[in-house]
Design a protein around this ligand. Structure first.
Ligand code: KIV
Length: 340
């Protein structure tokens, strides 16, 4: 097919620069901290656009967390497992963002946390850290990456921090993990300890059971909390512990406690993001301590179903979702096509 002056048909639109002020930014409505200074951004004709720059609020450091603890102001922690969940947690102003090994179940569809490996954890830590400018980040040490020896633990922790770009690591276990916590902190890496219900050990604990319910159990928990503190942990997560015991342990420690299923007597709280936002299918089991603050599953389902219906009815894309061209170019094109 011989087209006349084909180059005339290829009149590219010059890349245009527009000012993206806070009002134009889709992030502005959810992130008041973004500020209103207009910044130039390029108009992109692609669906593969970056998600935006992390919000600028003061960086949360260990010192910030210690100050909150001293002031008795609760510390907020949430999990994130990828760039979007890290981004929204950061935008919501979380103090701490944990790339937990709950990743295994809620993002990778595994049965439990024992299956997730170090390389997978590192990949997800890296994607979350790209979204987080201010919150303090923690990467979970997966089962099998730290129990063999303190040396193994230091090597894994170094990889999580250097390759995963997070600011600290979390590991499960009490007094028996003290030498390991000491070795990691001596290597210059901040450690969050995790005691009480430790999901990586659920088989040996006889399932997902509340810990510290008996006097002996509560004493063991206190012993563990003191041991991880002495070993150098800067925070300890208490999971599935009676609230009275969690409060007493919190009062006995110099370091903050972060509770999950442990009542309000802890220095802060953590929840798994998909649990609290409701981003899971109906009928899924959720533990008693979870409060569901939203229903992201329903919102996503409604949006995707509406999209499906509009595509089937050829209502989407509407004219405003398409790229116009000059009438004379179109007519010329049609003339040329018809002639051949
Ligand atoms: O893996 C995880 O998400 C956790 C939190 C529940 C504390 O360890």
């Amino acid at each position: 097919m011989a087209l006349r002056s084909p180059l005339r048909l290829l009149r590219p639109t010059p890349p245009s620069m527009v000012l993206c002020g806070a009002r134009q930014s889709p992030l502005a409505s959810v992130t008041p901290v973004l500020g209103t200074i207009p910044r130039p951004c390029q108009v992109r004709h692609s669906s593969h656009s970056p998600m935006g720059t992390p919000i600028s609020r003061k960086k949360v450091t260990i010192k910030t967390l210690q100050t909150l603890h001293k002031k008795n102001e609760p510390i907020t922690m949430i999990t994130a497992h990828d760039f979007p969940s890290g981004h929204v947690a950061e935008a919501a102003g979380m103090d701490m963002i944990l790339v937990g090994d709950s990743l295994a179940m809620v993002a990778l569809g595994m049965q439990d946390t024992s299956e997730v490996g170090l390389d997978e954890m590192i990949l997800h830590c890296r994607s979350v850290s790209r979204a987080v400018g201010s919150a303090f980040t923690i990467g979970d040490m997966p089962m099998g990456s730290y129990e063999v020896s303190p040396q193994q633990a230091v090597a894994s922790a170094l990889r999580i921090v250097k390759e995963g770009r997070v600011q600290s690591v979390k590991l499960e276990g009490g007094a028996e993990m003290a030498p390991t916590i000491k070795a990691i902190t001596q290597a210059g890496i901040a450690v969050v300890a995790h005691i009480g219900l430790t999901p990586q050990r659920q088989s040996s604990l006889g399932g997902f059971r509340v810990q510290g319910k008996s006097t002996a159990g509560a004493l063991k928990l206190l012993e563990d909390a003191l041991a991880v503190q002495e070993a150098g942990a800067f925070i300890v997560v208490l999971e599935a512990v009676p609230p009275e015991i969690a409060r007493i342990i919190t009062n006995k420690l110099r370091i903050p406690t972060i509770g999950i299923g442990a009542g309000t007597g802890c220095s802060g709280q953590v929840l798994v993001q998909v649990d609290l936002t409701g981003y899971f299918p109906p009928g899924r089991f959720i533990p008693k301590f979870v409060k569901q603050y939203g229903n992201v599953w329903n919102e996503s389902l409604k949006a995707i179903e509406a999209y499906r219906d509009e595509v089937k009815k050829r209502e989407y894309p509407a004219p405003q979702h398409t790229y116009p061209m000059a009438k004379e170019d179109l007519e010329e094109f049609e003339r040329l096509v018809d002639r051949n």
